[in-house]
Design a protein around this ligand. Sequence first.
Ligand code: AMP
Length: 187
Amino acid sequence: MDHSSGSDVDESLETRLRRTIREVPDFPLPGISFKDITPVLANSLLFRSVTDEFARQFAGSGVSHVAAIESRGFLFGAPVAQLLEVGLVPVRKVGKLPHLTERVDYALEYGTAGIEVHADAWGPGDSVLIVDDVLATGGTADAACKLVERMGARVAGLAFLLSLRYLTGEDLLRGRRVETLVRYQPG
Ligand code: AMP
């Protein structure tokens, strides 16, 4: 007897995510397939499964801080920090943080962008897990790694809901521990 038909209890997390993430063609520009994760947030069980999985992957690996990248990284990073029982550090766009900051600038396809954290966010001896929703070119995540390392801390790893493997992100982060729940291939 097949008990699995009509039930999603046996489906893998990857399958449930793939079914739930909405692909929006030509947003915000023609040719971009935007991966909309808001349906994942709207499904409390699935949302919880994602953050539980990140916490499981990095439990026992000595993480001292979760760095959550503005802005969708905040949504996933905050629960992971609570589950791992470590502090949360918002990695913000330039000009948002009120106190002394450290900043890294990085290249975009057109122009540059910058990210900042407070200068006292972490330091030598700390081990930082970087969390974001999407790994695309990897520019933002690579800049976050530089921010961690420039301040004397180490990168414990990076956790993404999804990666776009046809972009260069995974190459830019080669040699680092990268966990991704769904990988999109070209085509
Ligand atoms: P990148 O620095 O190129 O890896 O881009 C990372 C950021 O851009 C992530 O924080 C994502 O939120 C966003 N992003 C880039 N490409 C996409 C896409 N195709 N769909 C959704 N978000 C994207």
